[in-house]
Design a binder for this molecule. Structure first.
Ligand code: ATP
Ligand code: MG
Length: 533
């Protein structure tokens, strides 16, 4: 029980807390989140997008390959872990690693070889079932183990000698080392974003054979180990949409942006700015990146450490720098817009036409390059006010080569991811958050004789779609109404002996104390019409 004390032995009381960078979203805030996500569903579905539900973890390699090993997201922020190995395999490995081998006692060597053969059989079965990763290190090591087992057996069969015994000890120690370096569990990662998963699913389900473009959206948590601060968490939430298919028509980009802004408008996220850029494609970007790298090398001494490193690893990212001293230098660097190939230039021009047609306001920002390697051509970002330096609420762009890079057919793609945490912060700070739902009716019943009526009317009101609180135990009248007030109920429905006798209810509006006596039918009708107001 390493590190944990058994329940029975616990001496001090431990106070558990949410892991740093994660948080609970409690009611009533969660209602705002639900409304935000529900509105996204409505808007996206009106553009004929359908929801894709994805796993929260994937093979780590999916992210290395798509996002890029040099990016911060993968190299610094990704939650990476090795899956648990098949238990028998793990146990056998430990037995082999810690076995006692006495070369002068043949039984110990025989036993060791038998265990090793069993281990190799299980390992092969694990490879075949896809439960043990079949990468070079594992496959090579497994082959070494095979020849080492044979070697041991041969050494066993010849006459025992001091030299022979030394060889047996040597080979056995090699075997122990080799079983130790095998990766028995698959390398996995908590997803830092979901575009790679969408593309993985697109390929896995052969979605290019489905009719038309695939228009998909997803909603869910993402994980990045960043420094937690306002608007930056280690588990955060995104709503994203992707279009995958054979066409890269700029109208697709424009429609995606229109949908995004319609959504932001609908949820009251209005003080926003949309920035767009084109970062070229595989024909023109490499030349530009080389040019940029050369220019950056000339000003290297005037840049800070991060940017200096990025000159070699990812020069485009230098353009993203927010460091004040670097700004005047960056302003003098060559701009991608001057180096786009004809196709990319035409694509970007058409996109801007399409945006104008749809009356979408945007600003061009030549420095908008985005942090993930897979983007091509169109890139965009939306910033919102009231968020300080974490002001990006949405990022996205085209990724035409990504599906192919992941082993699929040539496919065009574009998408975005909205940061829900920050969007909600911004909506709250702007005072645009709607007042949602809340408790409609609190049932103040008194006397056991009125309880059956209270239970029955509670069920009827609830099935009419109202939120109803029915106290489970009898309370004093004053206390009951006091609680109704504190819970923020709009009405208290009073049921006492008089009401039961006269088959009526007293409905009290808590805002102004206005009171009415109503029969059951009238009550339902009245509350129904109130609900619709
Ligand atoms: P930033 O530059 O702010 O780190 P990013 O470029 O890493 O953002 P993307 O990968 O484009 O972000 O993700 C899209 C959106 O997801 C961002 O615009 C932001 O709203 C949100 N987001 C990204 N990382 C976090 C985080 N750690 N906490 C909360 N929201 C985040
Ligand atoms: Mg980031």
């Amino acid at each position: 029980m390493s590190g944990f004390s058994r329940r029975g032995q616990m001496s001090e009381r431990k106070q558990f807390r949410a892991i740093k960078g994660t948080r609970d979203i409690l009611p009533p805030d969660s209602a705002l989140w639900n409304w935000f996500e529900h509105t996204a569903r409505e808007v996206f579905e009106s553009y004929n997008f359908g929801e894709i539900r994805l796993p929260a973890f994937e093979q780590a390699e999916l992210f290395y390959r798509s996002i890029g090993g040099e990016t911060d997201v993968v190299s610094k922020e990704m939650y990476y872990f090795q899956d648990k190995a098949i238990p028998e395999l793990e146990v056998l490995r430990e037995q082999i690693r810690y076995a006692t081998i006495l070369p002068s006692v043949p039984q110990t060597v025989d036993h060791f070889v038998r265990e090793l053969r069993k281990f190799r059989q299980l390992l092969d079965a694990g490879f075949a079932a896809g439960e043990v990763p079949k990468h070079d290190l594992n496959v090579g090591t497994s082959q070494n183990l095979e020849s080492e087992a044979n070697q041991l057996q041969e050494l066993q069969s010849v006459e025992s000698s001091a030299r022979n015994n030394d060889m047996i000890s040597f080979v056995a120690s090699q075997i122990k080392r080799h079983v130790g370096i095998l990766h028995l569990g698959e390398p996995l990662a908590l997803r830092p974003e979901a575009t790679a998963s969408v593309c993985r699913a697109y390929i896995e389900h052969n979605m290019q054979a489905f009719p038309g473009n695939q228009k998909l959206y997803y909603i869910g948590p993402m994980f990045r180990r960043e420094r937690p601060q306002k608007g930056r968490y280690r588990q955060f939430y995104q709503i994203g949409a992707e279009v995958l298919g054979q066409s890269d028509a700029p109208a697709i980009d424009a429609e995606v942006l229109e949908m995004l802004l319609v959504f932001f408008n609908r949820v009251g996220l209005t003080r926003t700015t949309l920035y767009v850029n084109s970062i070229g494609d595989k024909n023109c970007r490499p030349q530009y990146v080389e040019l940029l790298r050369n220019e950056l090398r000339r000003v290297k001494d005037r840049l800070k450490e991060d940017s200096q490193r990025r000159i070699e690893t990812n020069p485009l990212r230098v353009l993203d720098s927010k460091i004040p001293e670097e700004q005047p230098i960056i302003e003098t660097l060559p701009r991608i817009s001057d180096y786009l190939c004809d196709e990319c230039r035409a694509h970007f021009a058409k996109l801007k036409e399409e945006l104008n047609l749809r009356r979408i306001d945007y600003k061009e920002n030549w420095r908008l390059v985005r942090g993930l390697d897979y983007y091509t051509r169109t890139t965009f970002e939306v910033t919102a006010e009231g968020l300080g330096s974490q002001n990006a609420v949405c990022g996205g762009g085209r990724y035409d080569g990504l599906v192919e890079l992941l082993g699929g057919a040539p496919t065009k793609g574009i998408g975005f991811a909205i940061g829900t945490d920050r969007s909600i912060l911004s909506i709250e700070e702007s005072g645009n958050a709607p007042k949602l739902g809340g408790l409609a009716v609190y049932i103040a019943w008194m006397g056991q004789a009125s309880y059956p009526t209270a239970v029955s009317i509670a069920r009827k009101l609830r099935s009419a779609g109202l939120s109803v609180e029915l106290p489970p135990e009898e309370m004093k009248f004053k206390k009951s109404l006091g609680l109704a007030d504190k819970l923020g109920a709009r009405y208290a429905l009073i049921i006492g002996e008089d009401e039961v006798a006269s088959r009526t209810f007293t409905l009290k509006r808590l805002a102004d104390g206005d009171q009415k006596k109503l029969a059951e039918g009238e009550l339902l009708e009245y509350l129904e019409s109130e609900r619709r107001r």
